[in-house]
Ligand binder design. Structure first.
Ligand code: EPZ
Length: 416
């Protein structure tokens, strides 16, 4: 299993380009199931999760062609509306085929995703919403089996803000009979990017980006070409890496528009951040000031940046409080950061981080995607070498990480 070796103690400097967003590309690729016409997506990141999803769509009968960061999908024929356990277990976002398949085919069999390192992550709201739209849903033998001749528009209220729940129900409602209203909807930029793609396909959607989304169902959708938005979590991760190493970088093909709450906190920590039309510059002080964070749905501070901020606070001046309100088990990285010499105390969903002068390189283990990003940041700062095991987690969400870090002056290499 691949490992990553990082020689720490070098400040990052230079330029790197941000890739397309994993969490926008995943639902948007599933939207292709809603039309019989070919759709082309550009700026699609080359990630393991995307590869898994394309395989999943292919085994349903979708014709998949890829050329660099462009993907064309032709779902004119779907002869197998099934998402098997073997594929879903490797990537829980596969649940995003459920809504489009039920809407398009009137039937779907999708394996339940099961739990993951950061929490139980049930999909009850996805199912509840489809049932409210008239689908008959049975959960048996580990599969969600949904059937309905045609979905009917309904007023949906999700018990909590759920990103993929909102995306699944919004896609399903596009071909429903009548109007659907999703209340307490997720406002994430990825939801808006999906809505924009669906609207370009002929869907009638209003209110994306707010907590009330209205969808008037249509008979059919058409093909389109859509460019995937930049990855705001990748953006935030590189900004944190530069901040923690006292560096000065410019990130291109991205913008502060999607990372306001993150940039605010980095400026509170003493960074100088400037926004350009299609780029971000960050200049860090010699040592950061500790900043406390509380994760919450967009536009508040993203849970997918919590681990990275734990890493930067580990070497900042002062103490920080980190409160995780979205997932019940998202502090796995804390014990690994402690192995590098960090001073972190956990109490339930709150962590208190006392900044230390220096971290020391060691061997650590990645437990999930964003936890592994926090270990990379800590490894860039630590004295000596850090070896991160199980980096397949990183490959799920960061495109060409070693190459981009090397372009910023880091000494990083993969051990196979
Ligand atoms: C999306 O996951 C992202 N994944 C996650 O990013 C991100 O952490 C999360 O949103 C929150 O921002 C993708 O977009 C593919 P939720 P999702 O449904 O949609 C509970 C990364 O690192 N809930 O918004 O699965 C749930 O357990 C990943 O890129 C239910 O109880 O998250 C959680 O506590 C990790 N029942 C909360 O709601 C449901 O039916 C929010 O989860 C649905 C959710």
């Amino acid at each position: 299993m691949d490992k990553l070796l990082i020689e720490g103690g070098r400040r990052l400097a230079g330029e790197a380009a941000i890739s397309g967003a994993k969490n926008a590309a995943l639902p948007i690729l599933c939207a292709a199931l809603l039309t019989r016409e070919p759709v082309t997506f550009t700026n699609v990141p080359q990630l393991n999760d995307i590869g898994t999803l394309l395989k999943l769509l292919g085994q349903m009968g979708v014709k998949v062609s890829r050329d660099g960061d462009a993907v064309t999908l032709d779902a004119s024929v779907i002869d197998n509306p099934v998402a098997p356990y073997e594929m879903v277990k490797t990537m829980r976002a596969s649940i995003l085929v459920l809504g489009p398949l039920v809407a398009r085919c009137g039937e779907a069999r999708v394996s339940l995703p099961g739990g993951c390192a950061i929490g139980a992550r049930p999909v009850d709201q996805h199912i509840k919403g489809l049932q409210a739209m008239g689908a008959e849903v049975q959960v048996e033998h580990g599969y969600v089996h949904a059937m309905v001749p045609r979905l009917t528009g309904a007023r949906l209220f999700t018990d909590m803000v759920t990103v993929t729940g909102t995306e699944n129900l919004m896609m399903a409602a596009c071909l429903a009979n009548g109007e659907t209203v999703i209340e307490n909807a997720a406002r994430e930029p990825e939801v808006v990017d999906l809505a924009n793609c669906l609207i370009a396909m002929g869907a009638r959607i209003s209110g994306a980006g707010t907590d009330v989304i209205r969808i008037r169902g249509v008979e059919s959708l058409s093909g389109t070409t859509h460019r995937i938005m930049p990855d705001r979590i990748e953006t935030g991760t590189y900004l944190c890496a530069a901040a923690a190493t006292g560096g000065e970088i410019r990130l291109t093909r991205t913008s502060t528009a999607y990372v306001d709450s993150v940039v605010d906190k980095l400026m509170d920590a003493g960074c100088d951040v400037t926004s350009e039309r299609d780029a971000i510059r960050l200049k860090a002080p010699a040592r950061l000031t500790s900043v406390s964070i509380r994760t919450s749905p967009y536009p508040a501070f993203p849970t997918d940046m919590q681990a990275q901020f734990m890493a930067i606070n580990a070497v900042a001046n002062g103490a920080a409080m980190i409160r995780e309100t979205i997932f019940e088990n998202r502090f796995m990285h804390a014990v690994e950061l402690q192995r590098l010499g960090a001073d972190i105390r956990i109490d339930g969903n709150t962590a208190v981080v006392h900044g230390v002068e220096r971290l020391q390189g060691a061997t650590v283990m990645a437990t999930d995607l964003r936890a592994s990003a926090s270990l990379v940041i800590a490894g860039l700062v630590a004295d000596g070498e850090t070896v991160i095991e199980r980096i397949y987690h990183l490959d799920r969400g960061y495109e060409r990480l070693e190459e981009k870090l090397a372009a910023l002056g880091a000494r990083v290499r993969r051990l196979t």
